[in-house]
Design a protein around this ligand. Structure first.
Ligand SMILES: Cc1cc2nc3c(=O)[nH]c(=O)nc-3n(C[C@H](O)[C@H](O)[C@H](O)COP(=O)(O)OP(=O)(O)OC[C@H]3O[C@@H](n4cnc5c(N)ncnc54)[C@H](O)[C@@H]3O)c2cc1C
Length: 408
C-alpha cells in the first residue's frame, strides 16, 4: 500500500561530484527517480582528494564501485608518521584491522577517476538522468515539492522535485539559497600541492606519510596516475609572504624537494602538477531544511590532514540514500531525514573537525618538548598491537561510523 507521503516527483541532486553522483546512485538503485544537475559540461578533472578509508570502501561495495576502484588504485597497507628532523617516528600496519573490515588498507585513487565510475553505474538506471551545463541558481519549497532554477546554455530552466540534495561543493549555491549558515573559520595560510615522478620509496617513504615540522609540515601520497610507478603528491602549507604565482613556479617545487631529500640547491625534478588553495573548517548549521538536504563539502569542509573530507562526504551520501529512499516511497516518516542531520552533523563536528584540526596542530607543533613527548607516545602506541588497533580504528574512520550509528 502506498503511504500518503509517497512522492512521484524525482529527487533533484545538485552537483555531479563524487558525493552527488553517489547519492544519486544510492537513490536510483532503490527505485527512486533522480535528476542530477551539474554546472560543468562534464565531470571535473581537477586534482583533489585521493585517499579512501576502509569503511568508505565497504560503503562503495554495492554496484561494484569498490571493485572498480580497487582495479585502478594503490592499496596502502602501511603509513608513516615522520619528522623532518628526526626521521621515521612510527609506521602503522593497517592489517591490524583485518578482523574489523574486509579492506584493511587505504586506497589511493584520484577523485576524478571515481566520478566516471559512478556516472557509468548510474547510467544503467533509466529513472536516473544527469544534466550537464545546468548551473543551479535558486530554489523555493513548500510542503509538497521543491522548485529549482538553473542556467543552461539555452537559458534559464525550472525543475520540480520531491526533495533537493545540495552536493554542490564548499561554495554551495544550494546552501546559500536555502539561507543555511556555514559556521567556522578559514585558516590564514594556503596549502600547495606538488606532484612529481621523483621516487621517494628508495628513501624509505611509505606510500602515505605525514611529516611534522614546526616550519613547514608535509603530507605524502603516492597516487596511481596513469599506472605504475605513479606520482608522488605532496601537500604543504605556504606563508603569506609568497604570492600564488611564486608558489606555483617550478622553482618552488624544486626547492621543496631539495629540502626534503637534502640535495644541493639548484637540483631539479620532473614536476607534473602544482596547485594552491585556501583551507577552511566549517560545518553547515543544518543538514536538513524542509525538503532541502546538504551532503559532502556543501555541508562541511576541513583541512586535508587525515583524508576525512571526501570520505565523510561519501558517508553522508550513503546515509542519506538509505533514509531518503524509504521516505520517498512513503515507507517511512520524514522525521527520518532529521536523523540524517543528527547523525552526520554530529560526526562532522565531533570527529572530522576535531581530528583534522588536531592532526594539523600535531604536525606544526613548535615546542620541542611537546613534539618529543608526542613521538614517544606514537612509538609506544605502534609497539602495542591493541593500542595500535585502537588508534587505527579512529584514524580509519571506523569509530566515526559506530558513533553515527549510535545516534537514534
Ligand atoms: C582544491 C581542493 C583540493 C582538495 N584536496 C584534498 C585533499 O588533498 N585531500 C582530501 O581529503 N580532500 C581534498 N579536498 C576536498 C575534497 O576534494 C572534497 O571533500 C570533495 O571534493 C567533496 O566532494 P563533493 O562531491 O561534496 O564536492 P565537489 O567535489 O566540489 O563537487 C561539487 C560538484 O558540484 C558542481 N557545482 C558547483 N556549483 C554548482 C551549481 N551551482 N550548480 C550545479 N553544479 C554545481 C561542481 O562543478 C562539482 O562537480 C580538496 C578540495 C579542493 C577544493
Amino acid at each position: 500500500m502506498t503511504h500518503p507521503f509517497a512522492s512521484s516527483l524525482p529527487v533533484l541532486v545538485i552537483g555531479a561530484g563524487p558525493v552527488g553522483l553517489l547519492c544519486a546512485l544510492e537513490l536510483a538503485r532503490r527505485q527512486v527517480p533522480v535528476t542530477v544537475l551539474e554546472s560543468e559540461p562534464g565531470t571535473t578533472l581537477d586534482l583533489r582528494a585521493g585517499t579512501f578509508h576502509p569503511p568508505t570502501l565497504e560503503m562503495l561495495r554495492p554496484e561494484g564501485v569498490a571493485d572498480a576502484m580497487l582495479a585502478e588504485g594503490i592499496r596502502v597497507r602501511h603509513w608513516q608518521a615522520r619528522d623532518r628532523e628526526h626521521g621515521l617516528i612510527a609506521e602503522w600496519d593497517l592489517d591490524l584491522l583485518k578482523h574489523d573490515t574486509p579492506y584493511p588498507f587505504r586506497l589511493h585513487l584520484e577523485q576524478h577517476r571515481l566520478t566516471p565510475i559512478l556516472l557509468k553505474k548510474l547510467s544503467v538506471y533509466p529513472h536516473a538522468q544527469v544534466l550537464f551545463s545546468h548551473a543551479f541558481e535558486s530554489l523555493t519549497q513548500n510542503g509538497d515539492e521543491v522548485e529549482a532554477t538553473a542556467l543552461t546554455p539555452q537559458g534559464q530552466v525550472r525543475l520540480k522535485g520531491s526533495y533537493l540534495v545540495g552536493a554542490d561543493g564548499g561554495r554551495s549555491q544550494v546552501r546559500k539559497s536555502a539561507g543555511i549558515e556555514f559556521e567556522g573559520y578559514t585558516w590564514p595560510e594556503r596549502y600547495t600541492v606538488v606532484s612529481t615522478s621523483f621516487d621517494f620509496e628508495p628513501l624509505g617513504y611509505a606510500d602515505n606519510a605525514y611529516i611534522s615540522d614546526p616550519e613547514q609540515w608535509l603530507a605524502f601520497f603516492r597516487m596511481p596516475d596513469a599506472g605504475p610507478p605513479g606520482l608522488w603528491r605532496m601537500t604543504m602549507p605556504v606563508t603569506d609572504e609568497l604570492s600564488d604565482e611564486q608558489v606555483l613556479a617550478p622553482a618552488y617545487a624544486h626547492q621543496a624537494i631539495n629540502r626534503i631529500i637534502g640535495a644541493p640547491a639548484g637540483s631539479t625534478y620532473p614536476v607534473v602538477h602544482q596547485s594552491v588553495y585556501r583551507v577552511h573548517q566549517r560545518v553547515a548549521a543544518q543538514f536538513r531544511l524542509g525538503r532541502v538536504l546538504l551532503a559532502g563539502d556543501s555541508a562541511h569542509v576541513n583541512n586535508p590532514l587525515g583524508g576525512f573530507g571526501l570520505n565523510s562526504g561519501i558517508h553522508d551520501a550513503v546515509n542519506l540514500g538509505e533514509k531518503l529512499a524509504p521516505v520517498w516511497h512513503g515507507q517511512a516518516n520524514t522525521d527520518l531525514l532529521d536523523l540524517y542531520h543528527r547523525q552526520r552533523r554530529t560526526v562532522a563536528m565531533e570527529y572530522v573537525q576535531n581530528l583534522s584540526v588536531k592532526n594539523k596542530k600535531n604536525l606544526e607543533e613548535k615546542d620541542l618538548a611537546t613534539r618529543l613527548a608526542r613521538f614517544e607516545e606514537l612509538r609506544a602506541t605502534v609497539r602495542d598491537p591493541e593500542k595500535a588497533r585502537a588508534y587505527l580504528l579512529m584514524s580509519s574512520m571506523i569509530n566515526s561510523i559506530h558513533r553515527a550509528n549510535s545516534i537514534t
